[in-house]
Design a protein around this ligand. Structure first.
Ligand SMILES: NC(=O)c1ccc[n+]([C@@H]2O[C@H](COP(=O)([O-])OP(=O)(O)OC[C@H]3O[C@@H](n4cnc5c(N)ncnc54)[C@H](OP(=O)(O)O)[C@@H]3O)[C@@H](O)[C@H]2O)c1
Length: 311
């Protein structure tokens, strides 16, 4: 059931969001649109991406700006980020109040390579966020909020390990290489590891952004019916969509509930003081112990920038 949420601040905010074509990103887009805010949506061409602009306007968005980018392509992400920054600089867009990095993927193996030669999960779930945040920095409002969508699977804890193996951290340059196993377990591990990396990014970015800017992780619980399992076997999809809700697996929730919470969080209506915080649905809680590692955090950001810079 959707949470009952009202906007108390009537000012129109400008929100940049990745992954608006389907699933949680699409529902979050519509939640933000219903509150009358301005949206800048980044996605690759698809029927979902084509239709979301009209739907968001019909839902009440003040304005919807569409920017095409394939998050598997460094050049494409960079160009979308630069375009937004340029529009803000010349006054065609107000400064960005919130960035929601919702786009994500779960590969069926550990060796899917992007055209840039990078492991796809790392490229989309980790590197794309770094490139976009870096590009948007000069365009952010003084109290902007950056929210990257993480996952409880970063914990590698029971009972979640029944359905997804724990993350395995290695040097970021290795994580970026598409040389994992050709197995679903490797894809699942890359996914969990990418979400651990999201926690690291948020910690390190919070240290580096201007004082007023907040950077946080939102973990959306477990929501069936999105496209995140679309590359998996029919059996895995069956377990995910039918078995896990039936056995009341922890953190199962529905799309409206999860995305209303994400919209409220991103807009500063909930947890307004949170910084470098892991927020799981409505709760600001500690991420896994492994998520606090200043050395890994710094190395990851340096590596991402080096990888992006080399392409
Ligand atoms: N569903 C869950 O239970 C759950 C739990 C924890 C975390 N999450 C996270 O929530 C976020 C949204 O996932 P979801 O469940 O809503 O999955 P989804 O329905 O598959 O949505 C993923 C979104 O990411 C976009 N995307 C993926 N690769 C892209 C690329 N190369 N270029 C541009 N856009 C790309 C997709 O666009 P296309 O339509 O073009 O593919 C889509 O809009 C992800 O970060 C996911 O890891 C989900």
């Amino acid at each position: 059931m959707a949470t009952d949420r009202m906007t108390t601040d009537t000012a129109i905010k400008t929100v940049v969001l990745t992954g608006p074509s389907r699933g949680l990103g699409r529902a979050t887009t519509l939640a933000i649109a219903r509150d009358g805010h301005r949206l800048v949506l980044i996605g690759r061409p698809s029927s979902g991406f084509d239709s979301i602009r009209r739907e968001a306007l019909d839902a009440g968005a003040a304005e919807v700006v569409m920017l095409e980018a394939d998050l598997q392509s460094v050049a494409s992400i960079r160009s979308a980020g630069a375009e937004i920054a340029a529009r803000v600089e010349r006054g065609a867009l107000p400064a960005i109040d919130a960035f929601i990095g919702s786009a994500g993927m779960r590969s069926a193996n550990g060796r899917t390579a992007t055209a840039d030669g990078l492991e796809a999960t790392f490229a989309v779930n980790v590197l794309a966020n770094v490139i976009l945040v870096d590009a948007l920095l000069p365009a952010l409002a003084p109290a902007a909020h950056i929210v990257l969508v993480g996952s409880v699977l970063h914990r590698g804890a029971f009972p979640f390990t029944l359905v997804n193996p724990a993350p395995v951290w290695t040097a970021p340059h290795d994580l970026a290489q598409p040389n994992g196993a050709d197995s679903d377990a490797a894809g699942a591990r890359a996914y969990a590891t990418s979400k651990l990396a999201v926690n690291y990014l948020v910690h390190e970015l919070q240290r580096q952004v201007p004082d007023g800017v907040r950077v946080n992780v939102y973990a959306p619980g477990l929501v069936v019916g999105t496209g995140i399992v679309r590359e998996l076997s029919p059996f895995k999809v069956f377990v995910w969509e039918k078995v896990m809700p039936a056995v009341r697996f922890p953190l199962m929730t529905d799309e409206p509930t999860s995305t209303d919470l994400l919209a409220a969080f991103a807009l500063g209506e909930s947890h307004p003081e949170a910084r470098a915080q892991y927020v799981e649905l409505d709760k600001a809680i500690a991420a896994s112990k492994a998520s606090s590692d200043p050395q890994r955090e710094a190395e990851l950001l340096v590596a991402c920038r080096a990888i992006a810079g080399s392409l």
